[in-house]
Design a protein around this ligand. Structure first.
Ligand code: NAG
Ligand code: NAG
Ligand code: NAG
Ligand code: NAG
Ligand code: NAG
Ligand code: NAG
Ligand code: NAG
Ligand code: NAG
Ligand code: NAG
Ligand code: NAG
Ligand code: NAG
Ligand code: NAG
Length: 598
């Protein structure tokens, strides 16, 4: 019993059929259920003396407000209302959707609102419209007195899709039985906001020429699995050699294309950034511990050629590390997982021949399982039937991954050691497309750096991980440039102490963040600094968590050149909010300089 044991216990239960079966056939994994169950038992005990009249706790993820035009008129449609009971292994729930009018809205917002009471895991789910994914999310874990939560997402970029009658699908694989009683009661609504003045504008803060930039795509094609399915529409990437793909034909008069990728990781790779190298696992006889080291790269390809990569942000689901950390402030990205855009305009020349082309996804070092799908956003030339183009050059250097192992291998200390993994990649593609907008040459680039330092001490019962992902990507044309700088830092200290036959104490200390700045033409258009720190302790006896408390602090700053600054500073402890200050505090943004100086 040690660190690895505990980590596995707190895994999110995922939706894939294969994964559930694997879990049940595996001793360590089977115990995942037991601890989470008893942990929830103990929480139930803790609250069971309270009267039924207790209002449900509101859980939330901190995000920025969705900025609306002044005096906007709202038209709302409740698209789907469903109670997700035993939905595991069943087809997605569907509903038909009709847009409220033909008028061009200023904003479109998707709203998920849900309640749940009882005992249940964190469940991953997805919402698709005509096969195009518009939200990937994780449910909040309920309590015996009930919880309520709400997710609002700006889905204006899906305007072309949402302005037509469509079918919406929601897949949330829940299991309800005598032990796991939580049924998720869900409403999904879509709100259209119309500007007071006529002719609402869909353009974003990145609004700048050239054509196609700043405004939503004219057509969005799904790169997901087609129903009927007894599962989500996402592809399941099971291992490092698995390439999941779909053939897609695009209109011959397309002049810009962006691939938007949805990603979530589960089971053996739920905590990929904590996975030790296989050498450590085999030399310490830790069979069953997920390995392959802590580096992962999602690769997107067209007809087998690499077009872009994602070094994903470390989303921690609501049952992850220590569930007490995420009540009521949920982890960054957990209710609205980030998506990643890859500009594929330079490759359009190869795709305009009216023939199907294979869009593929794979994950370097993957263990089961990654849920991946994508949306192809296309801008269509209304003034011509055929655009033409050609790739000028690509520079897909393979990532250089350096891993080193420094075991502290004195006798008796076999489980101690430290590992440093660093990786970097530079990738770029340049191509021209001739349309009625002119002959435009587009360059897309990605520069990525990754470091992970993993240290095991106290005979392997304590793990410390420091990881940073720096990503700089952008798009350039003759008279336009978009540059995005992202930094995803993560620090985690996790340990088990006082281990004896009957009980142990588990402590966690975490700090992680999602930081991003966007520049157009060299000028800052938007920035976000979003960081969480958490501390949690739980004493586990046998299979019962006897005591436990989690505390979380979060600082959120957002700024864009139209709406100004937004800030929110929140802290919670033991299910209660200690303070919550929302305001318009501005940051002196120096992230870009910091990134450039590294
Ligand atoms: C869903 O909508 C119905 C009808 O408007 C409402 O009674 C119910 O409280 C809503 N449930 C949630 C979880 O928002
Ligand atoms: C940039 O070039 C495009 C295409 O030639 C043109 O339509 C647009 O107006 C130009 N934008 C600026 C800011 O010059
Ligand atoms: C990887 O996963 C694919 C898809 O499930 C499977 O066909 C293949 O056998 C797996 N390869 C290995 C080496 O396990
Ligand atoms: C996609 O097309 C290729 C040939 O272009 C073919 O070999 C492959 O089987 C197709 N894949 C699917 C999933 O249809
Ligand atoms: C490794 O673990 C297995 C099963 O627990 C055990 O049978 C074996 O003796 C162990 N080997 C070493 C070298 O500790
Ligand atoms: C370290 O842990 C291993 C495996 O749990 C155990 O066999 C060994 O006795 C421990 N060593 C010390 C010095 O505690
Ligand atoms: C470029 O595209 C325009 C608009 O479709 C077309 O009129 C023109 O002939 C094209 N130029 C060339 C050299 O193909
Ligand atoms: C578009 O511009 C590129 C680069 O300048 C050039 O090589 C190509 O021939 C042009 N295409 C057309 C259709 O004019
Ligand atoms: C790891 O991160 C922690 C917390 O940010 C910091 O105190 C520590 O110095 C870092 N360690 C290394 C080796 O970078
Ligand atoms: C990655 O590191 C290299 C070398 O230190 C640096 O030049 C580059 O700017 C870094 N890229 C990012 C995105 O931080
Ligand atoms: C854990 O984090 C808190 C701040 O959130 C800090 O005060 C404390 O010293 C940390 N504990 C350890 C063991 O690193
Ligand atoms: C957490 O809150 C509960 C209920 O309010 C209380 O009974 C318990 O003592 C608190 N625990 C800690 C460690 O503050």
């Amino acid at each position: 019993m040690g660190f690895f044991f505990r980590f596995l216990l707190l895994l999110c239960i995922f939706a894939a059929g294969t994964a559930i079966e694997a879990q049940q056939s595996h001793r360590r994994r089977t115990q995942i259920r037991d601890l989470t169950t008893s942990e929830q038992d103990s929480l139930e005990t803790q609250f069971s003396s309270k009267p039924d009249s207790i209002p449900p706790t509101t859980f939330f993820e901190i995000t920025r407000p969705i900025f609306l035009p002044p005096n906007a008129v709202r038209h709302s449609t409740l698209v789907l209302q469903h109670d997700f009971g035993y939905t595991y292994g069943k087809p997605a729930v569907t509903a038909s959707y009709t847009p409220p009018s033909n008028i061009v809205p200023a904003k479109i917002v998707l709203e998920w609102s849900a309640t749940c009471k009882g005992r249940q895991y964190d469940r991953i789910f997805g919402i698709w419209v005509a096969g195009v994914e518009i939200l990937r999310s994780c449910t909040a874990e309920p309590t015996s007195t009930g919880i309520i939560w709400n997710v609002k997402k700006d889905v204006t970029r899906y305007h072309s899709l949402l302005s037509k009658k469509q079918t919406m699908s929601v897949y949330l694989a829940n299991i309800v039985d005598t032990k796991y009683t939580g049924v998720y009661h869900v409403n999904v609504s879509i709100h259209f906001y119309y500007a007071e003045k006529d002719g609402g504008s869909l353009r974003s803060v990145e609004d700048q020429s050239p054509p196609g930039f700043g405004a939503p795509a004219d057509l969005i094609l799904p790169i997901s699995r087609n129903p009927p399915l007894n599962d989500g529409l996402w592809f399941l990437v099971m291992n490092s050699t698995d390439i999941e793909s779909k053939n897609v034909t695009i209109p011959a008069n397309t002049y810009r294309a962006v691939l938007e990728i949805y990603i979530s990781y589960h089971s053996s790779d739920e905590f990929w950034y904590l996975n030790p190298p296989n050498s450590y696992i085999s030399s310490n006889n830790l069979t069953g511990t997920p390995g392959n080291g802590p580096f992962r790269e999602v690769k997107a390809s067209i007809d087998g050629n690499l077009v872009g990569v994602v070094w994903p942000f470390t989303v921690i689901y609501t049952g992850g590390i220590d569930p007490l950390l995420w009540r009521p402030i949920s982890g960054i990205g957990s209710f609205d997982l980030p998506t990643y855009d890859i500009e594929i305009t330079p490759f359009l020349g190869k795709l305009l021949n009216g023939k199907p082309h294979r869009f593929g996804f794979s994950v370097t070092n993957a263990l089961d399982v990654w849920y991946i799908d994508a949306n192809l956003h296309l801008w269509i030339d209304k003034n011509s039937k055929q655009t033409t183009g050609s790739l000028i050059r690509t520079k897909p250097t393979t990532p250089t991954v350096i891993s080193s192992l420094t075991p502290n291998s004195k006798s008796g200390d076999g489980l101690d050691g430290s590992f440093s993994t660093t990786a970097w990649r530079e990738l770029s593609s340049t191509g021209w497309v001739n349309s009625s907008h002119g002959n435009i040459t587009t360059e897309y680039y990605q520069n990525l750096n990754y470091t992970n330092l993993m240290v095991f001490t106290a005979n392997g019962t304590t793990q410390q991980v420091n990881q940073t992902i720096d990503s700089n990507w952008g798009v350039k044309t003759k008279n336009y440039s978009l540059q995005v700088f992202q930094r995803f830092p993560l620090y985690l200290l996790d340990g088990t102490e006082n281990v004896d036959k009957h009980q142990y104490t588990a402590i966690s200390n975490i700090s992680f963040g999602f930081n991003e700045k966007r520049y157009v033409g060299g000028k800052l258009v938007s920035g976000v600094e979003n960081n969480q720190n958490g501390d949690a302790v739980m004493i586990v006896e046998g299979n019962i968590v006897k005591e436990g408390v989690g505390a979380t602090d979060q600082k959120y700053f957002y700024e864009n050149r139209i709406n100004g600054c937004y800030s929110r500073i929140v802290s919670s402890r033991n299910y209660s909010i200690l303070h919550d200050d929302e305001g318009t505090m501005c940051r002196s943004w120096d992230l870009r300089r910091t990134l450039l100086q590294r």
